[in-house]
Design a protein around this ligand. Structure first.
Ligand code: ATP
Length: 313
């Protein structure tokens, strides 16, 4: 295969019929994927779904059992040095030398690439400008993760693999990391992200794919996936005793602390029933909100599990 070189909707990653077995275990069961240049694509799924296996095959770190895989026009299974120079990989934990400074670390990795970015610029980009002379072992967990991203970026990759970039971050560090990813997109990079946080995927990803037991069960633009489910959630509170509901309306769950939640395919009808009933009874529907399901709701429905469930988080 020769590298592609056209513009906007060029597929940077193409996967067709990918299978991977570990002995008897079929970890990846025939998936198809297409990631376009300059998009942030999130691969989601519960523990053991096959995400890491898939991503590592794309990175050239794992062999495949069968299927076609093309990354920037190369077969990653062939271990081509030219491909390695054009991709960046941010693993869950990178083995960087703890006794070097931030600058020395990024500088060291820059030497592996033919056209690295200026080291100072990369450090600035990940928000470690004030720590450039700090020893790696003195960095906080969040700062270490930023350094991992800097190491993944210094070779000026066209495609960056980001494996759970914000696991263990506090909320402000997460926002900071999100800014970095957005910045990467504005620089024209393509990002393949894995994450267990649905809000992160919703905030960052142009498209997502949800994997369950080695298969992709759904794929698309987050806002379309949540709309496709075609449901609306109506939430409100009624102070005081449980007053019940008008006939024909079904609650999602027991009323807790006066909080009601209803999921419906016909919000106009339900709202009409509800508000007419409330007005007639003189009941105020406090904090009345009409929302669409979140990506997390879609995830839970498709996988049968909360994204934060299971081991390994
Ligand atoms: P997580 O969210 O926990 O990282 P994942 O979606 O990345 O999970 P994988 O790590 O790809 O899932 O694992 C998919 C399945 O393959 C799991 O059942 C796992 O136990 C199995 N598996 C992964 N790596 C190996 C290996 N090297 N040898 C044998 N089985 C493996």
């Amino acid at each position: 295969m020769t590298p592609n070189s056209n513009e906007s909707l060029e597929a940077v990653i193409q996967v067709a019929g990918l299978h991977k077995s570990y002995g008897q275990l079929e970890a990846v069961r025939g998936i198809d994927l297409r990631v376009h240049r300059n998009e942030v694509f999130a691969l989601l799924g519960p523990n053991g779904a096959g995400k890491t296996t898939t991503v590592e095959i794309l990175e050239g770190h794992r062999s495949r059992t069968s299927g076609d895989v093309s990354v920037l026009g190369y077969d990653p299974g062939k271990n081509d040095r030219k491909l390695k120079e054009r991709i960046g990989i941010v693993l869950q934990s990178t083995g960087v030398e703890r006794y070097l400074t931030v600058f020395e670390t990024v500088d060291l990795f820059s030497k592996y690439y033919p056209h690295p970015l200026p080291v100072g610029d990369v450090i600035q980009m990940v928000g470690l400008g004030d720590q450039r002379k700090t020893l790696v072992r003195r960095l906080s967990g969040g700062q270490r993760r930023r350094l991992d991203v800097a190491v993944g970026l210094v070779g000026d990759p066209e495609l960056l693999f980001l494996d759970e970039p914000t696991t263990g971050f506090d909320p402000s560090a997460r926002r900071g990391a999100w800014e970095i990813v957005r910045n990467l997109r504005s620089l024209g990079k393509t990002v393949l992200l894995t994450t267990h946080y649905m809000d992160e995927a919703e905030a960052l990803a142009d498209r997502v794919a949800i994997m369950v037991k080695g298969r992709i069960v759904t794929e698309g633009v987050p806002s379309e996936l949540t709309q496709r489910k075609g449901r609306t959630i109506i939430r409100f509170r009624i102070d005081g005793e449980n007053v019940g509901l008008p006939e024909g309306l079904q609650l999602d769950q027991e009323v807790v602390n006066g909080a009601y939640s209803l999921t419906t395919d016909s919000p106009t009808h339900v709202l009409h029933l509800l508000t007419t009933w409330a007005v007639e009874k003189g009941i105020e529907l406090e904090d009345l909100a009409v929302t669409r399901p979140s990506l997390e709701d879609v995830f839970v429905e498709l996988t049968g599990a909360g994204p934060m469930e299971g081991e390994g988080m």
